[in-house]
Design a protein. Structure first.
Length: 294
């Protein structure tokens, strides 16, 4: 079955010019968009699959503002100078654009399980879960322009061409190096308690990996591997679980609607809350509420 990207968005001030150019490869979907922008445009996006955004062309002098939750810290930059962004699965992305008259961009969506199988499970889960906003790399930009040209090619080349370019881009942008076979050391007891207590206390906001690593005096790479060796999961998943535990407690009380619970536990809206809940527990919050007598 062909992989289809799963997403939702609420955007204003954008008008698509011409037809969408889309190509499907093995676990990868590449889209090229030509968009005219109002003087002030923006909105909200969340996808259930990771997404790589590469700005190919921009007309207009304005800057862009982005944040990873509705009330999160803003990052301000010029897409023209830093045209690449990586957004992990289930991360909220809010954007505000001023004076962007026209944008042409490549969106690369991919299915993690398919890519994991193709790379013989040599994926770093923490890198997959770490967002990267506003950066530039000439090699990545060259690959992105080649992929976009193939998406728009009326006589496309063999599928292995676009597929190979896209896979190379994903490997490079996230540095998906081989995970070494040696056994990873675990966090000391005090380090694990400090990290998990911090996540529990701050789970309703976006927690940066560098914050957690700094708490216990380790590099980000060392911390992420040691945390997973200690708990069996990445720090981001631990945070998601903390939010979901709070949500379950609120559901049991029975005095809040699911919309209110979604807001109280840091999710963008009820739809986002439902997707994450179902992904982790195999049922919706509404059905869980019924089965638990709340």
């Amino acid at each position: 079955m062909t992989f289809q990207p799963r997403m939702q968005n609420r955007i204003e001030g954008f008008s698509v010019v011409g037809d969408l150019s889309r190509r499907h490869w093995n676990g990868i979907v590449a889209d090229v968009w030509n968009v005219e922008c109002a003087p002030h445009a923006g909105g909200y996006y969340v996808g259930r699959d990771p997404r790589l955004f590469v700005l190919l062309d921009k007309r207009g002098p304005g800057s862009s503002r982005m944040r990873l939750s509705s009330g999160g810290k803003e990052t301000v930059a010029d897409w023209g100078l830093q045209p690449i962004a990586y957004i992990p699965a289930d991360f909220e992305l809010w954007a505000e654009l001023a004076d962007h008259r026209f944008m042409r961009h490549l969106d690369l969506h991919f299915d993690v399980e398919t890519i994991r199988r193709r790379l013989a499970d040599d994926l770093d889960a923490e890198r997959l879960a770490t967002p990267q906003l506003f950066f530039s790399d000439n090699r990545l930009l060259s690959l992105a322009h080649l992929i976009a040209a193939e998406c728009c090619n009326p006589l496309p080349l063999h599928d292995l061409y676009g597929d190979g370019l896209s896979l190379a881009l994903l490997i490079d942008v996230m540095k998906l190096a081989k995970v070494q076979g040696r056994k990873r050391s675990k966090l000391a007891g005090w380090q694990l308690r400090r990290a998990t207590d911090f996540i529990e206390e701050n789970c309703l906001r976006n927690i940066r990996l560098e914050e957690l690593a700094g708490l216990v005096g380790l590099s980000q790479s060392h911390f992420s591997h040691a945390f997973k060796a200690s708990t069996g999961m990445a720090p981001h998943q631990w945070q998601v679980n903390a939010r979901l535990r709070r949500a379950k407690n609120l559901i049991r009380r029975g005095n809040l609607s699911l919309i209110d619970i979604a807001v109280e536990t840091g999710f963008a809206d009820q739809a986002h809350f439902t997707r994450v809940f179902r992904k982790n527990f195999g049922t919706t919050p509404a059905n869980w509420r019924k089965s638990n007598g709340a």
